[in-house]
Design a protein around this ligand. Sequence first.
Ligand code: ATP
Ligand code: MG
Length: 316
Amino acid sequence: MSIIERATSRMHQDAAARQGHAQQHADDAVAAALAPNVVAPAPSPSDSPSRGLPPSASPAAVLRSRGNGKNIELDAVRMQAMGFITAGTRTPLMEEVRVIKRPLITRAFSAKHRSDKPANLIMITSSLPGEGKTFCAINLAMSIAMELDHTVLLVDADVARPSVLRTLGLPGQRGLMELLLDEHADMSELLLHTNIDGLTLLPAGAANARATELLASQAMANLLQEMAGRYPDRIIIFDSPPLLLTTEAHVLAAHMGQIVVVVEAEKTSQHAVQESLRQLEGLHNVNLVYNKTREFPGTAAYDYQYNYSYHNNGQS
Ligand SMILES: Nc1ncnc2c1ncn2[C@@H]1O[C@H](COP(=O)(O)OP(=O)(O)OP(=O)(O)O)[C@@H](O)[C@H]1O
Ligand SMILES: [Mg+2]
């Protein structure tokens, strides 16, 4: 059985196990089995509300111009209602995202995992639309931004169908595409600084028929180099298009130090996962996140969940 088959069949075994076991502790055991290199960390004091979104933020996301970039206020109540992580709440999802983020952060700054691509550039992708890329990217960004030691730049790299701003209740803005089109454009002027201290957004910008070529261009390589190197403690998360339907995703993946492939429980087929992993062959640090798994109905914990598994192509 190949590594890919083992990874996917383990996920299917996990799904089957879930159907018959409602207890939380059983799921924890499965999650641990899926991710032998992940140790579920103890709750971290650094995820304190002090770095997070104030629970009483204003009722609508608001944009305000400032010298360098714009300030935006995210609506915590709206985000909570949509199932996103916010400060001041402790939910099972928060713990699951913490399990996912730990190894990503570790690899981002570890000399041991250094490859030719900066490991603090992290792409969130999936095989097909709707599997939870944007949901996962925003939650990861929120969770990492609540760390005291790291800041996050969340880039909407789904340039054909941008959804980070829309999901957060904001209108579209100039962003990545304009930076790639205009060599004089200044990234700092296009950044959206949120009311979460460690979290900044870069919108996708206007749709462009040449998006794939732009993402493959030297301008993109230079921009990523600048993003990755400007702040030593910064993680850059790219909410990306689906791998099996777009050429953009494939081009983006080639620039990334780490890749997270979201797999939707009971929906993404084994064939789709295998095909996605095949497309990523030769790239470093490819991870699988098993999303939208459900607890057995009738239990208090009946909810969407993440599980995490690390698939290494043997390149690092
Ligand atoms: N773990 C989860 N818990 C609850 N809701 C989720 C979860 N993951 C995804 N969703 C919901 O599923 C829907 C699709 O998710 P999302 O928009 O993140 O998918 P996507 O992969 O980014 O889709 P697209 O390819 O169209 O951009 C959204 O309504 C989102 O809120
Ligand atoms: Mg999306």
